[in-house]
Design a protein around this ligand. Structure first.
Ligand SMILES: *Cc1c(COP(=O)(O)O)cnc(C)c1O
Length: 403
């Protein structure tokens, strides 16, 4: 049997069984629906894209996977060259892994070992944000602050090595003032906190974080697993404020095969580059640099560039603002829009109960969580399809819930 994610198996309703998918559409036996969450924010080019399918197929004709321990191959070399050229600043050194959580683990390990390698054993603390989400493995849960995952705090108590601050500059300055001697790194989901509730904050906060990190020699890590590849309207938030380590996942392969990458600046890389074998980065996921995933990622990036995805995302934001204009409801706390993300936050989560089935009947797949009804659509969505997604949400508040 299948043990499904984030579900009480005893009370879970049957999942929709998908038999085919193309563009923004998911097909069940008797219905079709627009995937308004892009399979956890990853399928930016839509399903069954001919170029992505072909990239995987032609690589599979040669080989699907060889390990990077003592071996290398064209797809992984081409992808790392591409990322080195495409990413801002000196974010040049690509460490691949099979999921976003692992890539965040690698980023934290890099940051912690960086200072050990430099002979500084005092810097052991990690600064992170309230409502942060960085993955489901143990260290990522520890730096995270998502209500769904608080069992770890109840079971083990708050982590002595993680300090959480809200996305407000005075609180940030205070944390640096108090702890800078022990601070190793700061990790953030820049501009948009996803699983912690689609919370949006100002670029000025990140600019100040960069200044403080420079002032006190603290490494800045951007977890752009969700925000990367245009979701905030920026290609990467790292284009605006340069981190020392950047983590990408989800849309890296266009959502076709799980893969992620931790990209280090030259400075971080040089902290490991030495004759001493003890200064090496001791990590190596079995499927890092998977050839099918790298081929898909390379093609995904080419599509992103050639078809001017940033203008597609601007259009999505414009249509979203237009369609949500004038929308208000006493049960709604706030409507937030940024790039290719829209979130309707309600006061009471029970208001969203039944929405998934309501949307299904109207040809939209949606997966609200807690107090958040959101959409992060594939960038290839047509105007009419996007309007359908947004109107379905508005209609729910007009006719849906019986109160
Ligand atoms: C989804 C996500 C992760 C975890 O990625 P997985 O591939 O699910 O392990 C980490 N950080 C952020 C910001 C995410 O949204």
């Amino acid at each position: 049997m299948i043990w499904y994610p984030y579900q009480q198996m005893k009370t879970m309703k049957d999942p929709y069984k998908i038999i085919d998918a193309e563009g923004v559409w998911l097909y069940t036996e008797d219905n079709r629906m627009i995937d308004s969450v892009s399979s956890w924010w990853s399928v930016i080019h839509g399903y069954k894209h001919p170029a992505l399918t072909e990239a995987i197929r032609s690589q599979a004709d040669r080989f699907s996977h060889v390990m990077l321990g003592g071996l290398t191959h064209d797809p992984v070399q081409k992808l790392s060259d591409k990322l080195e050229n495409w990413l801002p600043g000196d974010l040049d050194c690509c460490f691949f892994s099979d999921s976003g959580s692992v890539a965040v683990e690698v980023a934290l390990k890099m940051a912690l070992q960086y200072y050990v390698n430099l002979g500084d054993q005092k810097r052991t603390k990690i600064l992170s944000l309230t409502n942060a989400y960085h993955g489901d493995t143990f260290k990522t849960m520890e730096v995270g602050d998502d209500e769904d995952y608080h069992f770890i705090l109840e079971a083990y108590g708050p982590s002595p090595s993680v300090i959480h601050v809200p996305t407000q500059i005075p609180a940030l300055e205070k944390a640096f003032e108090l702890c800078h001697e022990e601070l190793n790194c700061m990790i953030v989901e820049p501009l948009l906190q996803g699983a912690g509730g689609m919370r949006m904050y100002e670029l000025s906060f990140l600019k100040r974080a960069r200044e403080l990190c420079d002032q006190y020699g603290v490494l800045l890590i951007f977890d752009e697993v969700a925000t990367g590849f245009g979701r905030t309207g920026h290609r990467f938030v790292a284009d605006q404020v340069l981190p020392d380590i950047l983590v990408l996942g989800k849309a890296l392969t266009g959502g076709y095969i799980g893969h992620a990458v931790t990209v280090a600046s030259r400075r971080v890389y040089n902290g490991f580059y030495d004759d001493d074998p003890n200064k090496a980065l001791m990590h190596g996921p079995t499927f890092m640099g998977n050839a099918l995933a790298c081929s898909a990622a390379l093609t995904s990036i080419e599509l992103f560039e050639q078809e001017d995805y940033l203008s597609k995302i601007r259009r999505i934001e414009e249509i979203t603002r237009r369609e949500m204009e004038g929308f208000s409801d006493p049960r709604v706390r706030e409507v937030r829009i940024m790039g290719g993300c829209v979130c309707i936050e309600v006061y009471d989560p029970s208001v969203l109960k039944g929405y998934q089935q309501f949307a299904y009947k109207r040809g939209v797949f949606s997966r609200p969580f807690l107090n958040y009804l959101y959409a992060m659509v594939p960038y290839v969505i047509q105007e009419g399809e996007l309007v359908q997604v947004l109107q379905t949400a508005r209609e729910w508040f007009q006719t849906g819930p019986s109160r």
